[in-house]
Design a protein around this ligand. Structure first.
Ligand code: SAH
Ligand code: SF4
Ligand code: F3S
Length: 442
């Protein structure tokens, strides 16, 4: 294929870390074609939008973003605009009908086909590709020039769980794990290039299974932790119904595996959990939390809660408030339920009014702020291992980094510390971060 050297590409990413990872892969594929990154969509020859469909609001962003490019496209008709990711997978060709100046629609399985799709779009045809790639997951073509300190590595894609509210299985397809050897190879390459922390990604990493050797996720953690230049390993997301004792042991026992777990509960009410088809009860979830706390006392636990699922009563909502309290979350992602295409919950009775959902969300978030603050204040006096990222955004002379539990810590220190592991004594706990003081290693 002819290299369009000198051409510029701009990629905007919405949604989860899967999409961020995919965007990095897209950039890798496009740089092999000779594309360089553009400063803004307005100056690019190729503008790609990697979209999210998990909630209605996320999907709406697509139309406003592409709408803003209408005028630019009118002035520069040669510019190619493409929409990829989960909304592309969901809507397919319909997007071309809805947006007359859109050139290209590519679904979540079409990344490897981007070169041919772009060539087709460049020849003036409007193209849509939503085939879910049936082959094994391709290795990322990592741009290793400047990978930074931290990187994400997808270990599995798709989801088989079909929670009643969720579009992900419909737009990402069935679960598919990458070969462990390939994951380790990628991590090793990243570590050689200077990456010190990797986050292993999957919609449900607990159901990881090496298609070649049969290793499970606990085995994979062990293998990745064996990469010499790598210091830290994190992973997300874990489904409570599949959190195995082996994984809890790996979390507690492997030193390079950090003290952090994202374990979404979604609700604290058994009735709602059942309607959500989550496969566990509130008691089972809290028993898991208890096990985790016993084996890994320094663990920072995170969760997701949906408020206003169809049929959720005030009592059900109270149960969620109680659950976040009992779980003692360090961080919580909370969402107002929204209807998604293809999902079971669309047809459920008892839809909750938007205003009520907003009230519940605000109450939940207020409560979580108090919980986070109390937890962070309880860190005062502790000595923490911190991976220093660089100067803090606010506060002169302050550096910022992350503890093993992934809490952000700001502390006075010289810029030369960036990229190093230091010890910091916690002096103050805030809602979203800690303040501390460097401790002399001597
Ligand atoms: N695989 C991950 C979650 C992926 S989606 C897991 O199971 O934990 C991220 C979060 O979005 C979910 O955890 C859920 O809390 C939220 N979410 C998904 N569908 C939603 C919907 N229809 N309305 C509101 N929130 C939703
Ligand atoms: Fe969605 Fe449930 Fe799969 Fe998570 S486990 S991606 S919430 S269907
Ligand atoms: Fe959104 Fe797709 Fe991720 S729907 S949350 S970008 S898998």
């Amino acid at each position: 294929m002819e290299s369009p050297s000198g051409k510029l590409v701009h990629i905007t990413t919405f949604g989860c870390q899967m999409n961020e990872y995919d965007s990095a892969r897209m950039l890798g594929i496009l740089s092999e074609l000779g594309y360089a990154p553009a400063e803004s969509p307005e100056t690019a020859d190729l503008v790609l939008l990697n979209t999210c469909s998990v909630r209605e609001k996320a999907q709406h962003k697509v139309y406003s973003f592409v709408g803003a490019l209408r005028e630019v496209k009118r002035q520069r008709p040669g510019m190619i605009i493409g929409v990829g990711g989960c909304v592309a997978q969901q809507e397919g060709r319909q997007l071309l009908k809805d947006i007359p100046y859109l050139d290209l629609v590519f679904g979540t399985g079409a990344l490897e086909r981007l070169p041919e799709l772009i060539a087709e779009a460049a020849s003036g045809r409007r193209v849509a590709c939503t085939d879910l790639d049936p082959g094994p997951l391709a290795p990322r073509r990592v741009a290793l020039a400047n990978p930074g300190l931290k990187a994400m590595v997808t270990v599995m894609q798709g989801c088989d769980n079909f929670c009643a509210y969720c579009v992900v299985p419909h737009v990402r397809g069935r679960e598919k794990s990458r070969a462990a050897a390939q994951v380790v190879e990628e991590v090793a390459a990243l570590a050689k290039a200077g990456v010190r922390e990797v986050t292993l990604l999957g919609q449900n990493v607990n159901s990881y299974r090496d298609p070649e050797g049969g290793a499970d996720f606990a085995d994979l953690l062990e293998m990745v932790a064996g990469v010499p230049e790598l210091w830290r390993v994190r992973f997300t997301t874990s489904h409570p119904k599949d959190l195995s004792p082996r994984l809890i042991e790996a979390l507690a026992g492997i030193d390079k595996v950090m003290d952090q777990l994202h374990l979404p509960a979604q609700s604290g009410s058994d009735r709602i959990l059942k309607a959500m088809r989550r496969g566990y009860t509130r008691a089972r979830y809290l028993a898991l939390v208890k096990d985790l706390r016993r084996r890994a006392p320094d663990l920072a636990l995170g969760g997701d809660i949906i408020v206003g699922f169809p049929g959720e009563t005030e009592a059900d909502f109270q149960a969620s408030l109680e659950l976040i309290e009992a779980a003692g979350y360090d961080f919580l992602f909370s969402f107002k339920y929204s209807d998604r295409p293809f999902t079971k919950a669309i047809d459920l009775p008892g839809k909750i009014a938007e205003a009520e959902k907003s009230r519940r969300l605000a109450r939940l978030q207020d409560r979580q702020r108090e919980i986070s603050l109390a937890l962070h204040r309880a860190q005062v006096g502790k000595l923490e291992e911190v991976l220093v990222e660089g100067p803090a955004k606010r506060g002169t002379g302050l550096m910022t980094g992350r503890t093993r539990a992934n809490r952000a810590v700001n502390f006075p220190g010289p810029p030369e510390l960036a990229g190093r592991l230091v010890m910091v004594r916690v002096e103050q706990g805030l809602v979203n971060s800690l303040r501390g003081k460097l401790v002399d290693p001597a």
